[in-house]
Every structure is written in C-alpha cells, then in structure tokens.
Design a binder for this molecule. Structure first.
Ligand code: HEM
Length: 411
C-alpha cells in the first residue's frame, strides 16, 4: 500500500480521481436539471467547476508529479500538497454556495502555489539540462489564469466594466487550458506519437541559440493568443477565433506535427492525436459558425481536453503502477471512454440544433459523460495504490527521461 511519502512523490494519485469526482459534479448539474431533481441551473457554476476544479486537478496532478522529476528536484512537501488540496476543496464549497469571488480567489491561490512550486524546483534543480522550451507555455497558462480571474473579480465587484468579464472568462476557460496543451502536449505528444525529429548533437553555443529562438517564437505566439481575448471582448468574435485558431494550429503543427498520423499504434497515443485534431477543429468551426460558439467549444472541451486527460491519465497511472505493458493493448477503459465521450459530444452538439429538446439532450450528454468518468475511475482506482519495486521504476523512468531529453529538434 502506498504511503504519504509516495503520494508526495506522485500527487497524480490524489488529483486524478479528485478531478473526475469534481467533473461528475459539474456535469451532473445538467442531468439533474433535465430530470427535474433541481429547478435552476447555472452555466457559470458548470464552467467554473469544469475548468477550475476538474481540468485543473489533471493539470496539477500531472505537473506536481512530473516537474520535480524533470528538474531532478525534491517532490512536493506536505505543506504544499495540503495547501493545494485545501484550496481545491474551499474553491468547490465557494462555487457550490455561489460565492464566486471567494472561489476565484482560491483559483488564483492555486495558480500562485503552482508557480511557486515550479519556480522552486527549477531554481534549485540539480540537473544541468534546462526545461523544454515548450514549458514557457506553462508560465503563460498561469498568467492567463491569474489575470483572467483577476479581471473576473474586478468585473464582478464593479471596479471594471462589463468588458472585464467578457475578456476574463475566455482567458481563464480557454487560454489557461490551451496554453497547458501547447506547453505539456507540445512537448510530450510528438514523443508519444513517435515523431522522428531530425536531430543534431549541437555544441553548447548552438543549443543555446536554438533554445533562444524557440522560446522567442513561443512567446510571440503567446502574445498573439493573448490579444485574441481582447478582440473577443471588443465584439470582434469571428476575428478573435480566427486568430486564436491560427495561433493554436500553427503552434501545434510546429511542435507536434499533428497533421501526420501517429506512428505508434497504441490506443492511448491515437487518443492523444485525435484530441489535438479536436482542439484545432473546434476552434476553426467556431470561425465558420460563430452563432454556435458555446456548443462548438465542447469539441475542444470534450473531444480535446477530456480525451487528452483520459489518455495521458491512463498512461501515467499504468506506468506508475508497474503495468506499462498493458498500454500496448486496446484497453476496454479507453474504448468505453472514447465511445461515451463521442456520444456526449454528439448529444451536446445536437442540443443546439434541436432547441425544443435542449435540456433533455443536455441530460443525455451528461449521462454519457458520467458513464465515461465512472468507468475510468473504476479502472484506475485499484491501481492508484500500486507501485512497482522502487529501483525498477526509477530505472525505467531514468531511461524514458533520457530518451526524451536527448531529442533536440533542430528548428
Ligand atoms: C457532456 C457534458 C456537458 C454538457 C451537457 C455541457 C453543457 C454546457 C452548457 C449547456 C453550457 C452553456 C452554459 C451557459 O448557459 O452559460 C456549457 C458551457 C461550458 N462548458 Fe460544458 N458541458 C459538458 C461538458 C463540459 C466539459 C467536459 C467541459 C470542460 C472540460 C465543459 C466546459 C464548459 C465551459 C468552459 C463552458 C463555458 C463556455 C463559454 O460560455 O464560453 N463542459 N456547457
């Protein structure tokens, strides 16, 4: 059985299941309303839980586990971990009571904690290898998350006008997560998909130049992405989504070459590949049909972020429980979640085109999502407490890390 020290080293064991539980709450909101268990609904409640609790838990679980290993730095401390869990819980209570501003302050607290955590690990790292340049997007995601939430708070307090709400909301609900995908996904996805980069063994000076050039390009893309939230609040919806789609497509094409099929046939890798396509496709469809913006965003949320979370989550759980060989098989859990997420997305989209059945279809979509979430939880739950022998895991992990870091793209 895993001990507290093990949980500190691998916090995904806490945050992944917690994220699914949060999401069951956020999504069941529509099911309960559809079947008459509740008589009011709040889109803001749903959106806040889905992004600030469910998706954020996956982000935290992944980064709190991976960053110390990347930096060869110490794992999360008890204080860090308990503070973060505490903030997630208080945030949920505040959202449930409609105390939006307190919930938003908790979310800012969470992002600040993550920034401090990452800063400390990389400042005190014992490894000579710098973080991948794509990780500049993690910093950008924290900036979008904090400034978007601050805009929401100032808008709700009446300190700033309605424009602050209109700009803050997509900054948090899209900017924060899109940036995480471009940072973590931009680095991991091509390696999982078996992309053969043209590699060089650069001199130190060349390596420094390549890193600087790549970092500058990522930062330029981040500034342009940021400007799209300004355009959106100014009412230039179509232009905003056009530029957003262009930036995300160009960035993911550059880092992941998603336009080429994955070379690795494992189902979870296929899911990662599909999720990249769904993110790009969702954004472009909004450019074509802006009237259905919110429904089409669910192609990004369900087909993109959720499929990626389940795929990467399955990979992390199985590799850290000593069952990595299972990943080569077409796992029932991936088939189930894939089918149910596709069905949830289809019903969510159908709700927009069949307005008379709007809430009934939302309820069915929510039920499909709940089956996917519960199925995944049942699959991972018994494995969350399992660990391979310590030396065996460290050996495999060191090998995998070396393989990743030895690959230096030349452009
Ligand atoms: C299948 C289950 C889902 C259903 C039925 C559903 C339904 C809805 C509905 C009806 C809205 C509009 C709310 C309003 O009136 O403001 C909405 C908005 C939203 N949903 Fe979902 N949703 C589902 C899953 C998800 C998931 C998995 C995510 C995130 C990963 C998500 C994130 C959001 C966000 C961020 C918004 C706000 C979008 C905006 O207004 O810009 N939803 N959802």
């Amino acid at each position: 059985m895993i001990r507290w020290g093990g949980l500190r080293r691998e916090p995904f064991r806490i945050f992944f299941p917690l994220g699914i539980c949060f999401s069951l709450l956020g999504v069941s909101h529509w099911l309960f309303y559809a079947i008459g268990v509740t008589h009011t609904y709040s889109g803001f409640y749903h959106a806040t839980i889905q992004v600030g609790s469910y998706m954020a838990c996956f982000v935290f679980g992944f980064l709190l586990t991976a960053l110390p290993r990347f930096a060869s730095a110490p794992p999360a401390t008890t204080t860090e971990l308990l503070t973060i869990i505490g903030l997630f819980m208080v945030q949920l209570l505040c959202v449930s009571w409609g105390r939006w501003i307190f919930a938003e302050l908790c979310f800012i607290g969470l992002l600040v904690m993550l920034a401090i955590f990452a800063g400390r690990r990389f400042a005190g790292r014992s490894s000579s290898v710098g973080p991948p340049t794509e990780f500049v997007w993690i910093l950008v995601s924290l900036l979008f998350g904090v400034s978007g939430t601050a805009l929401l708070i100032l808008g709700q307090l009446g300190v700033l006008g309605l424009w602050a709400l209109a700009m803050g909301r997509p900054m948090v609900q899209q900017g924060f997560l899109l940036s995480i995908v471009m940072g973590v996904g931009g680095f991991m996805a091509p390696r999982l998909m078996g992309r053969g980069f043209p590699t060089v063994t650069p001199t130190l000076e060349e390596a420094r130049r390549i890193r600087q050039r790549r970092t500058r390009l990522h930062m330029l893309a981040a500034v342009v992405l940021g400007s799209t939230f300004w355009m959106e609040q100014a009412g230039a919806m179509r232009v905003a989504y056009l530029v957003r789609a262009l930036v995300v497509t160009a960035e993911l094409a550059w880092t992941t070459q998603f336009y080429r099929p994955a070379k690795v046939a494992d189902l979870y890798v296929r899911f990662v590949w599909i999720s990249l396509w769904m993110i790009v496709a969702g954004l472009w469809l909004i450019v074509l049909v802006p009237a259905h913006r919110v429904a089409l965003l669910h192609i990004v949320f369900l087909g993109g972020f959720s499929v990626m979370a389940f795929a990467v989550g399955t990979m992390v759980v199985l590799s850290h429980s000593g069952q990595a060989p299972l990943l080569r098989r077409p796992l029932w859990v991936l088939r189930l979640t894939g089918t149910m997420l596709a069905a949830a997305l289809a019903f969510r989209l159908a709700a927009d085109v069949l307005p008379h059945q709007f809430f009934a279809l939302l309820g069915i979509a929510a039920a499909c999502w709940i089956i996917a979430g519960m199925g995944w939880l049942m699959f991972v739950a018994p494995r969350l407490g399992q660990q391979p022998a310590a030396d065996e895991f460290e050996r495999l992990h060191a090998e995998a890390k070396q393989r990743l870091l030895n690959t230096t793209p030349v452009c």
